[in-house]
Design a protein around this ligand. Structure first.
Ligand code: F6P
Length: 322
């Protein structure tokens, strides 16, 4: 069984990451384990940017967006030489196990360090896209939806007042999780999702028919992985002649104060990551199940494509659109 005495934390950014760092650090400190932070993600690991962490280093961060450890997208880590250097630095710093707080890309990186260099790793599912296989809720997704809903409610004020159509593009990479939830929670008329076929002619016909019956204000959500808001706006304008605007919500969805839901999730996940190392479990991801039960499963499962069920949500959006 591996004996983990010194843990390294490496993160991506989104709301709830700092709360997860806090939970990891405080749990490790409670067990008298040594804990260090890797600055700027895998790039920082390759450059040996490693700092000591203590219970005090994570004071007052539970409510902060982003990551106090900063992050980056590392091209160097994509090469086997880069990963070899990363593994070398982990060993040189006496780090026995690495906790990676991030989404698909970060967890894939952790998996590679495990299989190529025998580094013990634990993945903490964290991404606004909520596309980690085997995990219902990744840290950050709830905040992203709430941020988008807040923006959408403001857009609706103008949509209703001016009797205008808006197309709002949300993030999510190739996953329609944010888009489907935002469309349902925001009372939107239509949503374009990577998981579903979509017919633009039908949408334009629906808009024209509804307009004849007096419905002139629409909010249409598009997932960035399906279609760009500006393109949809252009097409609808050309086909119907209606006044219509595009809004791209972009990175505001990844920032901001984490919701209580994401902070609670971060507490459970962060604590469990350390507990797994203590039990000698390595190369695992995790999920929260009923009755607040934490479950671990192989990291290699977590990085497989996730099948997102959107049909039920889409059906509701259409019934409730009126
Ligand atoms: O994976 C999180 C995410 O915010 C996606 O929703 C989005 O497509 C991507 O990252 C944006 O990446 P970047 O911040 O590098 O532009």
């Amino acid at each position: 069984m591996v004996n983990i005495k010194k843990i390294g934390i490496l993160t991506r950014d989104c709301a709830g990451v700092n709360a997860a760092i806090r939970a990891i650090v405080r749990t490790a400190c409670a067990y008298d384990m040594e804990i260090v932070g890797i600055m700027r993600g895998y790039e920082g690991l390759i450059n040996n940017e490693i700092i000591p962490l203590s219970s005090r280093s994570v004071s007052g961060i539970i409510n902060l967006g982003g990551t106090i450890l900063k992050t980056s997208r590392s091209k160097t880590f994509c090469s086997s030489e880069g990963r070899a250097q990363a593994a070398k630095n982990i060993r040189a710093n006496g780090i026995d196990g690495l906790i990676v707080v991030g989404g698909n890309g970060s967890l894939t990186g952790a998996h590679l360090l495990a299989v190529e260099h025998n580094i013990p790793v634990i993945g903490v599912p964290t991404t606004i896209d909520n596309d980690i296989n085997g995990v219902d809720n990744a840290i950050g997704a709830d905040t992203a939806i709430n941020v988008a809903i807040d923006a959408l409610d403001k857009i609706r004020d103008t949509a209703v007042s001016l009797e205008r159509i808006f197309v709002v593009e949300v993030m999510g990479r190739n996953c329609g999780y944010i888009a489907s939830k935002v469309a349902l929670a925001g009372g939107c008329e239509e949503v374009l999702l990577p998981e579903r076929d979509f017919n633009m002619d039908n949408l334009c016909e629906d808009i024209e028919k509804a307009s004849k019956k007096g419905k002139v204000s629409w909010i249409i959500i598009t997932a960035e992985g399906k279609a760009k808001a500006l393109d949809i706006v252009q097409t609808i304008k050309e086909k119907t002649g209606f006044d219509i605007r595009a809004v791209v919500l972009g990175h505001i969805q990844r920032g901001g104060r984490p919701t209580a839901f994401d902070r609670v999730l971060a507490a459970y996940y962060g604590n469990f990551a350390v507990e797994l190392f203590r039990k000698g479990e390595i190369n695992k991801c995790m999920r929260l199940e009923k009755n607040n039960t934490m479950v671990s499963f192989p990291l290699e499962e977590a990085i497989k494509p996730k099948n997102i069920e959107v049909e039920k949500c889409y059906g509701l959006i259409k019934i409730l659109a009126g």
